[in-house]
Write a protein that binds this ligand. Structure first.
Ligand code: ADP
Ligand code: MG
Length: 321
């Protein structure tokens, strides 16, 4: 049985036990039958990972996007606005200086699994998605970005591409604009939308001003251009997305990324919808599943389950157990 199958199955079993899980309002499942979950057997495409850009002070060289003459990365990044963030202390786990606090170990485990996957494929631009709203995509994306940047010299860009229900600016306690929608509409350049906060080397592109046509904006090609412009500056780019089942944005976004991380919420995500979400993405794009097993804030953050994609990945134990 594949790891992803196991994760989906586990989520479904827990939902059945609790009988408390339900789909989000407005996104209720229309199908009640649950065809067998497709087992994933193929290996992901394996590409040798290119060397990561060294942190700090590296001059732009040929092959990288040109921003004019000649800047160091540090000089370019200094053009990004530095803002005072007020992160939500309960859910933003790495801002309080205590890296052993509840939930942090699971994110370290997730980080090491992603590095393990990265040995087998190019993996820098990672989309975080799930079937439905409120399953923990933004929570996972934000904490993953933080744990990645805790490693010395790593530079991480976190992008709020959920233009329908942006949350990252609220979680990090900062302004939502200027941001992605402003760039996609052509009213801002890349550096004016990349915020720096109190955590060294963590950059945020918030959602930007509210817009009426998120699907068209996300698909207009400028996001790909943005990523081409900035990706050489970062070790990881983590993209928070809208839910995959009700709207098509996530599958459009996935085409600009190297991999997709699927969040499944324990006691909540119906397995048929998790499967439908998973089918929005090609097999080789799906790098893993996170079972976000907590229920609100009352249960410790102790039940993440990361299932790496690919049959030769053997460690499927839930981290922290
Ligand atoms: N493991 C968790 N522990 C505590 N709170 C969580 C956890 N996962 C999600 N939440 C909270 O649940 C709410 C919904 O999560 P969010 O990440 O915004 O969902 P999504 O991005 O999938 O819509 C947020 O308030 C978030 O902080
Ligand atoms: Mg979200």
């Amino acid at each position: 049985m594949s790891r992803i199958h196991e994760a989906l199955k586990k989520a479904e079993q827990e939902r059945a036990v609790s009988q408390g899980g339900s789909a989000q309002p407005g996104y209720a499942p229309t199908e009640t039958s649950e065809p067998a979950v497709r087992t994933i057997q193929q290996e992901p495409a394996v590409t040798v990972t290119a060397g990561m850009p060294a942190a700090g002070g590296v001059p732009l060289t040929s092959g990288m996007p040109s921003f004019g003459s000649p800047f160091s990365l540090d000089a370019l990044l200094a053009r990004c606005p530095q803002l005072e963030w007020k992160p939500d202390e309960k859910t933003m786990l790495f801002f309080n200086g205590d890296d052993s606090s509840r939930g942090t170990e699971e994110f370290r485990t997730l980080r090491s699994r992603l590095y393990h996957t990265r040995e087998k494929m190019t993996l820098k631009k990672l989309l975080v998605t799930s079937a439905l709203p409120k399953e923990g995509k933004s929570f996972t994306a934000a904490n993953l970005a933080q744990v990645l940047v805790r490693q010395h010299g790593r530079r991480v860009l976190l992008i709020d591409a959920d233009l329908r229900g942006p949350r990252l600016h609220l979680m990090l306690g900062t302004s939502s604009s200027p941001g992605l929608s402003d760039y996609l509409q052509g009213s801002n350049d890349e550096f004016s939308i990349m915020q720096r906060g109190p955590m060294d080397n963590l950059f945020l592109i918030p959602s930007g001003d509210e817009i009426s046509d998120p699907a068209e904006l996300v698909a207009n090609g400028r996001l790909k251009f943005l990523l081409q412009r900035v990706e050489a500056l970062f070790d990881w780019i983590i993209i928070d997305s809208p839910p995959a089942v009700p709207v098509s944005d996530a599958s459009v976004l996935a085409k600009t990324c190297d991999g997709v991380l699927m969040v499944v919420r324990s006691n909540s995500t119906p397995v048929d919808l998790a499967r439908r979400a998973r089918e929005q993405f090609p097999d080789q794009a799906l790098v893993g599943v996170v079972l976000n097993g907590t229920d609100g804030e009352s249960v410790p953050y102790s039940r993440y389950y990361y299932a790496a994609y690919g049959k030769n990945v053997t460690d499927s134990k839930a981290p922290g157990k």
